[in-house]
Design a protein around this ligand. Sequence first.
Ligand code: FEO
Length: 400
Amino acid sequence: MQQVNLADDIYYLGFNDRRTNLFENIWPIPHGISYSSYLIVDEKIAVIDTVERSFIDDYLDRIEDIIGDRKVDYLIINHMEPDHSGALKAFIQKYPDVILVGNKKTFGFVEAYYMTPKNVLLVHDNHKLELGKHTLQFQMIPMVHWPETMVTFEETNKILFSGDAFGSYGTLDGGIFDDEINLDFYEVEVMRYFTNIVGKYCPHTQRAIKKLAPLDIKMIAATHGPVWRSNLNWILTRYNKWSSYDLDRGVVIVYGSMYGNTQKMAEIIARRIAERGIKNIRVYDASKTHTSYIINDIFKYKGFIVGSAAYNNSLFPNVEILLSTIEHMAPKNHLLGIFGNYSWNGGGVKNLKTFAEKIKWEVVHEPVEEKGALKPNNKEELLKLADAMADKLLEMPKPE
Ligand code: FEO
């Protein structure tokens, strides 16, 4: 691949993964993902993060193509998750005198995942590392999204090497910088990456945004997705909105249905809410659409209505997976509606009520539970549930 520079002597070392189906073996990535590392060549040479292990050989070759027989002096570890530390052992074998730069949490993970580190430089907030013309500054952003996560700010060109923060699913198909690509494509992929990977840690993300605000950032180079140099506001405003649970007027309706009765209940609710003037309505069959996409829309819209058929005295399994993900990520500020089908011994609505108690969202109406096919009295209750949700959504000051 052609050399790509972020600035003089600062190189992009990224790779596209179009083979992996599930990121972290959980999240679908139909458009792939990229892993980005960066190289700064100065009196001292520094590399910031590595790449996923399947790219080790090409990665080390690419570094050698640029620096020849010089040695890398510092390997800065912003984040230890193996999609970025996967080349660490091979890197140290090739450059045995390299100094690993990290914080007090980093080296414990190096030991746990790979080896006892030999040469280390322990850094803390505002710590500076002089490379020659380039000065690096470090800031800790714990739990965005691991305990050791930190960022590296290159002061000369004002580039923020941000780790996973501001990253994205989706490969970089030729275009690497934000002004070389159509950002419409990345709209969903950036948000899915945020909600799936970082979404549990919104308060930590908010703290990180505030902490980094005083830096005069001209470019953001994350470990996944585009390098942001022309549209910093595009990514920063979105991260700020999502991590502060600033929700839009709209509703996500999810159901788990075996024979179609619970699905019919969902359709009735959706139609009534539409009649009331709400335009953002997303209805999902939990068996068809992966949680990755549903959770994404839950981070987008204020309303959430969930229906479950009883299945072996419990929740419909795919609804249960979704609800455990929601409980785990615990997004805030939502309105909740519940419905379901009793079948022969219940278990759907009963467990949805337990979910409601745990998640503590505002429940807009009494749960509606049918037994088998939908009857007129429960159809009326569904319409009331839909009206109650629509009433609340229409109180929101924001237009759609
Ligand atoms: Fe991209 Fe948290 O690793």
